[in-house]
Design a binder for this molecule. Structure first.
Ligand SMILES: Cc1ncc(COP(=O)(O)O)c(C=O)c1O
Length: 415
């Protein structure tokens, strides 16, 4: 008799036709091939200790962090930390409930007030993540008879928001104003339309021509949602994002954002001036059917958002860092995702996954952490080393980073 609990039994089961995991064989194989080449797994790095927004101990070695999206370096801000500690002491570790039941504390309301002030908008709704904010708002406002027109390079949370709802989905070529207009023109007259755009596209770090795109959307009577996840806190005179920078924030119906980047904690939000916006709290399932953020998190978020309102000097330094890194890498001979620095993301294009992984590892050995991104997450099947700068990176650190790229690039044969 076969021992079904033993190795053979389990093996037989895994091989059987009905194994629902067989669809992942391709990705398992790709990973095994990569690891068998001797390279470290780029997707299982552990931060053993975090020393500051720009430094951590990884594999026992002090490492400069250049892939955290911690753009404004708020994670160790003393006021932010103090607010979190005080909320833990006074409100406990979690709410154990939905926002519409027992999960709205004073801190959640204060966080929404801070967001309303930050954006100078009438309504703000805090979600447990930015992913859920997109999931919830997109799937709820665009219904069965409606159309969603979106950039093909949209973030997964936008696509998943489309998939969760019942609207017709109409993608257009990345940042192509004409392609977007063509799609809008074809939509039956009178149908509800939602155009979904991002301020900064996080793979290549390029920005959207929001001014032109929003003008087109309005011409066709579409509502506009802009995800400013990678621009909030940094881009625009008040850090409100690319729509503010391009002078079109008043024409945006919904701004989506996250606390997991410039704000330096976790959570998501939507702000809007729509007079009926508050109804979302009753009908938006990813808001209603999940627990609210812990009190310490909303306290850190509110404090951070209020400080970001006065972050002009930090924003200027972050732009300086972005320009220096972009120019320096280009001068070294690396291929960059954008011709000019457009955001705090600098994407270095790798020739293929193997050399990308080797370069990622060589940088880690140098003491530098960046993000390795590969298809299908990347556009045009590219392998990218994505660098995200922080306002807390010093001028010296950026020079050190350039030296690390030069040595690693030469060792791997990329430059
Ligand atoms: C454009 C964009 N939108 C939304 C999100 C989701 O944010 P969160 O980390 O809060 O779920 C991300 C996160 O990477 C993002 O890049």
């Amino acid at each position: 008799m076969t021992d079904m609990a033993g190795e053979n039994g389990a093996g037989d089961q895994a091989m059987s036709q009905g194994d629902l995991f067989s669809k992942f064989d391709g990705i398992i194989q790709q990973r095994e091939t990569l690891l068998s080449s001797g390279v470290a797994d780029p997707f299982s790095l552990v931060m053993e200790k975090v020393l500051s927004p720009t430094r951590a101990i990884c594999n026992g070695r002090e490492t400069i962090l250049l892939g955290t999206y911690n753009y404004m370096g708020m994670t160790f801000d003393p006021d932010v930390i103090a607010a979190g500690k005080s909320a833990l002491d006074n409100f406990g570790s979690g709410t154990t409930g939905s926002r519409v039941l027992n999960g709205t504390y004073q801190g959640h309301k204060e966080c929404e007030e801070a967001l309303k002030e930050f954006y100078a908008m009438d309504h703000a709704m805090v979600f447990s993540t930015g992913y859920q904010a997109n999931l919830g708002i997109i799937s709820t406002i665009a219904g069965k008879e409606d159309y969603i027109v979106l950039d093909i390079d949209s973030h997964a949370s936008i696509w998943d928001g489309c998939a969760l709802g019942n609207a017709q989905i109409v993608p257009f070529k990345h940042n192509d104003i004409e392609a977007m207009e063509k799609r809008l023109r074809r939509i039956p007259e009178g149908a509800g339309k939602l155009v979904v755009l991002e301020g900064v596209y996080s793979m290549l770090g390029d920005i959207a021509p929001l001014k032109e795109m929003i003008a087109v959307a309005k011409k066709y009577d579409a509502m506009v949602l802009v995800d400013e996840a990678h621009s909030m806190g940094f881009i625009g005179p008040n850090g409100r994002g690319v729509a503010e920078e391009q002078g079109v924030l008043d024409d945006v119906d919904f701004v989506i954002g996250t606390f997991s980047k410039s704000v330096g904690t976790v959570g998501g939000f939507c702000v809007s001036n729509h007079p009926k916006f508050e109804v979302m709290r009753l009908v938006c399932r990813p808001y209603v059917f999940t627990a609210s953020l812990p009190p310490s998190v909303v306290a850190t978020a509110a404090t951070s958002i209020r400080k970001l309102m006065h972050g002009g000097a930090k924003r200027a330094h972050l732009w300086e860092n972005s320009r220096t890194l972009h120019g320096g890498l280009k001068d070294l001979g690396f291929q960059i995702g954008t011709e000019t620095p457009q955001s705090a993301i600098i994407a270095v294009i790798m020739p293929d996954l193997e050399r990308g992984a080797a370069m990622w590892e060589a940088l880690l050995h140098e003491g530098l952490y960046v993000n390795l991104a590969r298809p299908p997450a990347t556009p045009a099947n590219m392998t990218l080393l994505r660098c995200s700068l922080c306002a807390e990176h010093s001028v010296e650190q950026v020079q050190t980073i350039l030296g690390m790229f030069e040595r690693a690039g030469k060792a791997v044969g990329i430059i």
